[in-house]
Design a binder for this molecule. Sequence first.
Ligand code: HEM
Length: 226
Amino acid sequence: MTWFTKFLSSSLGKKILMALTGLFLILFLAVHLIGNLQLLKDDGGEAFNVYAEFMSTNPLIQTVSKGNFAFIVIHIVWALILTIQNRKARGTVGYAQTSGKSSIWASRNMGILGTAILIFLVIHLKHFWAEMHFGSVPVVNIDGKEVRDLAGIVDYWFHVNWYVAIYVVAMAALGFHLWHGFASAFQTLGLNHLKYNAVINFVGKTFSVVVPALFAWIPIATFFDI
Ligand code: HEM
């Protein structure tokens, strides 16, 4: 066994990998949200379609996207391994506990929250990502250039009540998952410091509320034509 495989099979190594992949996924969420907010523009989906066409055809973005999928898989598989190990060790090497009622609730339920997000992700990727990459999305002409009308697909699904409900519930789960995960990742990586703890906590909690709320707002605003 090399030092690297030894490190990865230790519980600290696994937690560090969870923290690093989690922080990358947090970065992905911020970028994804900025792109999706273009759906709120009253331009018939033009800005979003140009953005989605660029993201799904640019070779550099596609390479980052493969890394993104790999990080999602690693984050989930390692979470499962850690949970099984924690159960066996009766919870002695679980997530670092932070103070506050919601933090304790979220830290105990990271597995359930993560599973809800995973179910959402499967539904989400099937309808949008797989449609864009393997489906037959109708084409629209924007400034003389043909681009796929992904905004039309999103608009269709965001007018289906049960679909909007799934998004809203999943975003609540995402909020709780991030509420605990953000602080826990910094603690695991040893990046917490008495001096900066307040700032890290503030940024983490603000991100956990604002980002899922904006993600949830897009289907709600579309459904009610706000
Ligand atoms: C209003 C909410 C959301 C909308 C409208 C939305 C829209 C989309 C669309 C249209 C795609 C396909 C883009 C393409 O392949 O070109 C996509 C991909 C994706 N979405 Fe979302 N999304 C939303 C929320 C989320 C959330 C909350 C997550 C994670 C928890 C997420 C994770 C992903 C992932 C992992 C991909 C694949 C990205 C890649 O190709 O690397 N999305 N989303």
